[in-house]
Design a protein around this ligand. Structure first.
Ligand SMILES: Cc1cc2nc3c(=O)[nH]c(=O)nc-3n(C[C@H](O)[C@H](O)[C@H](O)COP(=O)(O)OP(=O)(O)OC[C@H]3O[C@@H](n4cnc5c(N)ncnc54)[C@H](O)[C@@H]3O)c2cc1C
Length: 402
């Protein structure tokens, strides 16, 4: 694993980060990879589900408990949690380098999966919402998209919230909401001032899924991403939310959402793709050396060698970009546009790298017993989800031309 990265030479991760990466790599090799064949063929996993939920659905309580114990004993459970809330306070660079190791396999590793904007919780929100999510007893989802508001949520959102005494009353319908039915808390954006919209007129609410005003359509929306659906249509019908359950300030919810997407959804797509790309390359080298056609291994054919080289170039280029942007985020730079660059290259180069791997493997490349098609579908989805590639380019162009 990560064999090719040793050729980097000039750039070395600091020793403490490298030690954690080595630990992650051992866990992947000893614990997760042996589970992968069962995971890939099981009908219970879904794209967009929290790691613990997928693990429980496929392997049951015992395996989930064993992996959770490893995560907690090693401290990796708190990988992305700030020190203030019991975490290790690791840098972004450390987080991306460690996550890259875990994304080498399709089998998820259990982490405290906390959307970073939840750290905006104040007062009693901390005990009600934040701490249970950090500790893993509750899960959240993020509800921004609507049927007619995907790329342009600020301009097109219709879901609204109107003040009524000490409550807000939400009405509207969200679509494509990952994990809505499996969550305890829905972080939902609604318009609180139609004139201002994204410029001070959108507010983020923490809504309990069990609120009688929440209705989730079942079954979820079927896609090519997995055997089970985990994206849902969510209706808010006169849904009364206490005013104390506004996340952040009234009218500032759009910016909060953007902040979450910037780090959580964009920069972290770097390691998400890197792990898969490294695996695709390692598998392809192995396959090409052993698969004989016309009397020679595939590895001796230039057509195959050039694919391997292109995969390697994409991998190393993306790794350099991702690590550099993580280090710049650690230095306090505003990397909103650059995180978009990481996301779009990660998804584009990731998908084409895995596509090469599928081609090199021939029919076996299409087998569901290998992780390649699942990796491909996840990465291809990333060219649309969480801000499509065109929207990332739009935002980078805005920065370039400003
Ligand atoms: C599996 C899955 C999981 C998801 N999970 C969530 C979730 O948990 N929460 C949530 O809120 N949403 C979620 N989404 C929604 C997702 O974020 C949106 O689908 C995405 O933002 C794109 O919006 P859209 O589908 O409406 O595309 P549209 O906005 O209709 O765009 C269609 C195409 O046109 C392009 N385009 C749009 N505007 C322009 C322009 N100005 N210039 C050039 N090209 C343009 C887009 O890039 C895209 O390629 C999920 C979607 C999927 C498929």
């Amino acid at each position: 694993m990560l064999s090719t990265s040793s050729a980097l030479g000039a750039f070395r991760l600091p020793d403490d980060i490298q030690t954690l990466c080595d630990l992650a790599r051992r866990i992947v090799r000893d614990e997760l990879l042996p589970l992968e064949p069962q995971f890939l063929l099981h009908p219970g996993h879904a794209f967009g589900l929290k790691e613990t939920i997928n693990l429980q659905a496929v392997f049951g309580d015992a395996v989930l408990a064993r992996l959770t114990k490893i995560a907690r004993d090693t401290g990796l459970w708190y990988l992305m949690v700030p020190e203030k809330f019991g975490g290790s306070g690791l840098s972004m660079l450390a987080q991306v380098a460690i996550l890259e190791q875990f994304y080498y396999t399709a089998v998820p590793f259990p982490f405290a999966n906390v959307p970073n904007i939840l750290y905006e919780c104040q007062g009693e929100q901390i005990d009600r919402f934040l701490k249970p999510v950090v500790e893993g007893s509750k899960a959240t989802c993020f509800a921004q998209t609507e049927a007619n508001a995907g790329s342009d949520p600020g301009g097109m959102m219709q879901t609204s919230a109107v003040k009524d005494g000490r409550h807000w009353v939400l009405n509207g319908t969200k679509m494509w909401i990952s994990m809505a039915a499996e969550s305890d808390i829905i972080m939902v954006q609604a318009i609180t001032d139609r004139d201002k919209r994204q410029k001070g007129g959108i507010t983020m609410f923490l809504v309990e899924r069990t609120n009688p005003g929440v209705r989730i359509e079942q079954p979820g929306l079927k896609t090519w991403l997995g055997p089970r659906a985990a994206q849902y249509i969510v209706h808010f019908d006169n849904c009364r939310v206490p005013e104390a359950d506004v996340l952040g300030e009234v009218g500032k919810g759009f910016n909060l959402g953007q902040r979450w997407l910037t780090v959580h959804d964009r920069l972290l797509r770097g390691p998400y793709a890197l792990g898969k790309m490294q695996r695709a390359l390692d598998m392809s080298i192995e396959w090409a050396k052993n698969r004989i056609t016309f009397g020679k291994p595939l590895a001796e054919r230039q057509a195959i060698q050039w694919k391997l080289v292109d995969m390697y170039i994409d991998l190393e280029a993306l790794r350099a970009l991702t690590y550099q942007m993580a280090a710049r985020a650690d230095a306090g730079e505003d990397i909103r546009a650059e995180a978009g660059m990481v996301k779009l290259t990660a998804m584009d180069w990731g998908a084409r790298t895995v596509d090469h791997a599928i081609q090199i493997h021939g029919a076996m490349g299409e087998s569901l017993e290998l992780p390649l098609t699942l990796f491909y579908r996840y990465l291809r989805h990333g060219q649309i989800g969480g801000g499509a590639n065109e929207i990332q380019r739009m935002q980078i162009a805005r920065k370039l031309l400003s």
